[in-house]
Every structure is written in structure tokens, then in C-alpha cells.
Write a protein that binds this ligand. Structure first.
Ligand SMILES: Cc1cc2nc3c(=O)[nH]c(=O)nc-3n(C[C@H](O)[C@H](O)[C@H](O)COP(=O)(O)OP(=O)(O)OC[C@H]3O[C@@H](n4cnc5c(N)ncnc54)[C@H](O)[C@@H]3O)c2cc1C
Length: 317
């Protein structure tokens, strides 16, 4: 901790803490302390937090609910800016909804359902925040958030608020333009939905939740699908989970992590897992699948290195 940064944070009236264990801010429940953790309540506070980090010359990382992140056992030597429940308003008008980045995605989906707005049924079980969903272009059942997005608001590298229409967001499978700009911070987005019957939407959501409950190992800490789909792999062998299962890797353990018995594309924390365990098990799985199929699996999950870098986990192997 640097006294100057602490003083600047205190003066700013931002909500912040020092040496916050990142395992409390991610679904895998892994990760050492972040030097600073800030929880902005607005676009202005988000910009201010980043300004303090930049002025102090320390790295910063924006996260949502940490449902697609691996943090390192050594933590993060900089400022983690968490856009969560303190920055989570949603505004409805006719068939449109504008949601702030910290909005909890399942709550947003349910709020749409209760207003008879269809289009987010597929997202009701995705346990992340809205900014992370947009950044990842997340979705399920062959749908992505980009399909119903009108525009995205973000802070650019100069901390200026900007807006991109969906056509310019480069939304493709689990990809958005924001992944190529680590210094762009998604602050909100507008969705255009379809007016429909609230009960029908609710029933569709129940079906989605029921299916996910049966399929996913939700009882142990995990990060959802570790490896992303690959069209060529899919055409030849199937989705990553099936390929890993057929390779007999379900139940493979390393330290505190294990390839889930329920869904082979999930790696679960069976207790006391470390980031090194996750790296090691991912190496084993990738090696086996490469040997058997000739395909190198890419990760959907992202990794934040202690030195400030953050990207797809496999790029750090
Ligand atoms: C049990 C389980 C099931 C899952 N099922 C699905 C699924 O069906 N479909 C799916 O797509 N995903 C799924 N996921 C993965 C994850 O929930 C999604 O990717 C989610 O949208 C990530 O949101 P988050 O807020 O948790 O992002 P985080 O994990 O906090 O961050 C993910 C990435 O986004 C960046 N980021 C986050 N917020 C912002 C922002 N405001 N501005 C700029 N960058 C930002 C972070 O730096 C990081 O690189 C699942 C995860 C779990 C644990």
C-alpha cells in the first residue's frame, strides 16, 4: 500500500479497501489480495478510480462478478475496479431497457420477464454482471447478448464517455470489440427486446434453469465453461465437454481442483484450490486433447496476472 494512493482514495470518497482477498470476488474462490479494491457507484466514480490508478502508475483491472475469472494466488499488484451492485440500475421504456454495468444478469432477465419483455430468457442462469456479459458477449442456447444489444456505453482510454452501436461492437461467439481494448470500460448498454406474454417468458426461464441445474455442477465453486467452443473441433468431434469426457478425463484431479464428473468442461474447486492447480489441470487436459484430436483448446476463462495483465487464460500457459 502506498500512502499517496490511500490518501487520494480517501479524498475521493470512493468506496475502497486495501489488501482485499480476491477469492471473495470470484466464483472459483481462488486468489490472493488486491492492493486496492474500489467499488464505484457511477460512471464518474469509475473514471475517478481509474484516474487515481493511472496517476499513481499502478495497473488497474475492471471486473464484474468474477464468474469468468481466475485470479492468482499472489493476488494483484494494483487496483481492481469492481462494477457490481453499487452501480446497477436498470431503466425501462417500452421494449427497451438500459442497464448499468454492475446489474446482476439473472435479476435483469427476471425484471424483463415481469414486464413481458422477451429476449433475455437464455441469460437468466448466467451468474455474472451485465458489463461482463457484454464484454464476453455471453449467452446460452445459441444466443448471445449482442443479438439484442442496440448500443454500448463505455469509458475510452482517455476516460471519455463514448457510445458504440451494436454493429461496431464486433459481437461474435464469446467475443466483443472490448476484449481488444483492455483500457475501455463498459459502463452500460441498451437492449431492444420483444413484447410478449410474461407467463410464457417465465416458463421459458424455468425450463432454462431446470436444464442448467441438471447439467452443471453448481454445488462446488467453478467458473462455468473453461474451454470455448471451436467450430472445427465441433464439426469433427463435438463440443469441448464431450471431447474431454470421451478422453476419459472426467474426475482427473490436481491439488484442489478436479474435472467435474457432471460436466467435463467445468473444473471445480474441491477445497483449497490454488491458481497453480488450475493452470496444471488445464495443461493436462489440453495436452491430452491435442494428442487425441490434433486440436488445441482455447480458454473462455480469463486470467488476471499479479503484474496487471489480463487475457484468455491459455495465453499465459
Ligand atoms: C456456473 C456458471 C455458469 C456459466 N454459464 C455461462 C453461460 O451459460 N454462458 C456464458 O456466456 N457464460 C457463462 N458463464 C461465465 C460467466 O458467467 C459470463 O462470462 C459472465 O457474463 C461474466 O460476467 P462477470 O461480471 O462475472 O465478469 P468477470 O468474470 O468479472 O469478468 C470477465 C471479463 O470481463 C471483463 N469485464 C467485466 N466487466 C467489465 C466492464 N464493465 N468493462 C470492461 N471489462 C469488463 C473482465 O476484466 C474480465 O476480463 C458461467 C459461469 C459460471 C460460474
Amino acid at each position: 500500500m502506498t500512502p499517496d494512493i490511500s490518501a487520494a482514495l480517501n479524498k475521493s470518497h470512493l468506496l475502497w479497501s486495501a489488501a482485499s482477498p480476491l477469492k471473495n470476488y470470484c466464483h472459483w474462490r481462488i486468489g490472493g489480495p488486491a492492493d486496492y479494491l474500489v467499488e464505484p457507484r457511477s460512471v464518474c466514480e469509475t473514471a475517478l478510480a481509474r484516474r487515481i490508478a493511472l496517476d499513481a502508475g499502478i495497473p488497474y483491472l475492471v471486473i464484474g462478478h468474477g464468474s469468468n475469472m481466475l485470479f492468482d494466488d499472489a493476488g494483484y499488484r494494483g487496483m481492481v475496479i469492481r462494477l457490481g451492485g453499487k452501480f446497477a440500475h436498470a431503466y425501462f421504456e417500452n421494449n427497451r431497457v438500459y442497464a448499468e454495468a454492475g446489474t446482476w444478469t439473472p435479476a435483469l432477465a427476471r425484471a424483463c420477464a415481469s414486464r413481458g419483455l422477451s429476449g433475455l430468457e437464455h441469460a437468466v442462469g448466467i451468474p455474472g454482471n451485465f458489463g461482463g456479459l457484454v464484454f464476453m458477449n455471453g449467452g446460452s442456447m445459441r444466443q448471445n447478448i449482442g443479438d439484442v444489444t442496440a448500443y454500448v456505453d463505455f469509458l475510452d482510454e482517455n476516460n471519455e464517455p463514448r457510445r458504440l452501436s451494436a454493429e461496431n461492437c464486433e459481437f461474435t461467439y464469446r467475443h466483443s470489440v472490448f476484449q481488444g481494448h483492455n483500457d475501455w470500460i463498459v459502463t452500460g448498454a441498451e437492449l431492444r427486446l420483444t413484447q410478449s406474454d410474461a407467463d410464457t417468458i417465465r416458463r421459458a426461464m424455468l425450463d432454462v434453469m431446470q436444464e442448467r441445474k441438471g447439467k452443471f455442477p453448481l454445488e462446488l465453486p467453478n467458473c462455468g465453461s473453461v474451454f470455448s467452443n471451436d467450430a472445427d473441433l465441433y464439426a469433427k468431434y463435438g463440443p469441448p465437454g464431450m471431447v474431454i469426457d470421451r478422453a476419459g478425463l472426467k474426475g482427473t484431479r490436481l491439488g484442489g481442483v478436479c474435472v467435474s464428473e457432471r460436466h467435463a468442461n467445468f473444473i471445480v474447486n474441491t477445497g483449497g484450490a490454488t491458481s497453480a492447480d488450475v493452470f496444471g489441470l488445464i495443461r493436462i487436459v489440453r495436452h491430452e486433447i491435442l494428442e487425441r484430436t490434433g486440436f488445441t483448446l482455447k480458454c473462455e476463462v480469463r486470467y488476471a496476472a499479479p503484474d496487471g495483465r489480463c487475457d484468455r487464460l491459455d495465453l499465459f500457459l
